[in-house]
Design a protein around this ligand. Sequence first.
Ligand code: PLP
Length: 373
Amino acid sequence: MYSRIPYGMQTINHLDEQAILEVLRSDWLTTGPKVSEFENAFANFCGAKEAIAVCNGTAALHAAMASLEIQKNDEVIVPAMTFAATANAAVYVGAKPVFADVQEDTLLIDPADVERKITSRTRAIVGVDYAGQPCDYSALRAIADRHNVSLIADACHAPGASYQGKSVGTLADITTFSFHPVKHLTTAEGGMITTHSKSLASKMRCFRNHGITTDHAQRESRGEFYYEMQSLGYNYRLSDLQCALGISQLKRLPEWVEKRQSIAALYDISFQNTSIQPLLKRAEREHVYHLYVVKVPEREMVFQALRAKNIYCNVHYLPVYLHPYYQNSGYRGTHCPIAEAVYKNILSLPIYPSLSGSEQKYVIEAVLNATEQ
Ligand SMILES: *Cc1c(COP(=O)(O)O)cnc(C)c1O
């Protein structure tokens, strides 16, 4: 028996360690040269014009909302099936998250329900590339354009993914990423925002640095001391130590995506003709499998059976509005029937680049046993 097989796990090697050590021995631990180096590398990777590094994926979403000047009395449509941070970011700026249901076979936001939830107060739609599969960007773009609202992509699950040949990171007005250790690449904590808009990018750069319009390095190179805080911002910066780790990790992302896809393919084959139902992968989308989610009968029992074998699965997610905070903030009447029904059956199985063939075989056998195939 293995001692612990988690559902997700970072991959760190000696090159990562070396990259961090070099920064630690340099003059710049934060707001130094590694920040723009990481931003440029990430922008190139996605094909986006601008990339802004921030301290986590939640700060990225907050900066996106703030740069679009979303505020009190505004509404932001988010999927019910996502991490709470997607909705919380709207709350941070005083706006109201409005939950749209998801499609049963993919758990991606349902454009038809988005359309139904649009009101005169809607300012933005947030698509989430659930599990690593891009959501339906053509449909969401069309709805956003028709109603003159912004489209934000929460792509925390999907760096490296693409939709109709176009990279995630270029498909919305603003796209956000997370570098938490369970995500595709890690900086321990960290995040990135991509956009094609120079003006949104400059607002978000300002927002991550207290609302101050220049940074320390810019003032030093111009021989100036004077700075101005022109709006209320936050300290949402990502350090040079973390950016160096991110640069090093990003180089290995393509091979990690391939590994995740081959793990997913083996799960797919192993669960054919069983009561274990993987989510659907749609045509014309590159799915990068942050998560491998299956629907199983008696999820509680299966979860416990796997846990007894040291397989630490997880459930992504409780529909956000069912969290007590939202229930106590006026969401008792909210119902997204598909998200609520599907929640009872979903389970995220282990998937990460260093998952070995024998570990995956052990997981597959345990899942088949628990569901009595
Ligand atoms: C991880 C995640 C976030 C938040 O990212 P952090 O870096 O943990 O703040 C937001 N949305 C989704 C969908 C995520 O998976």
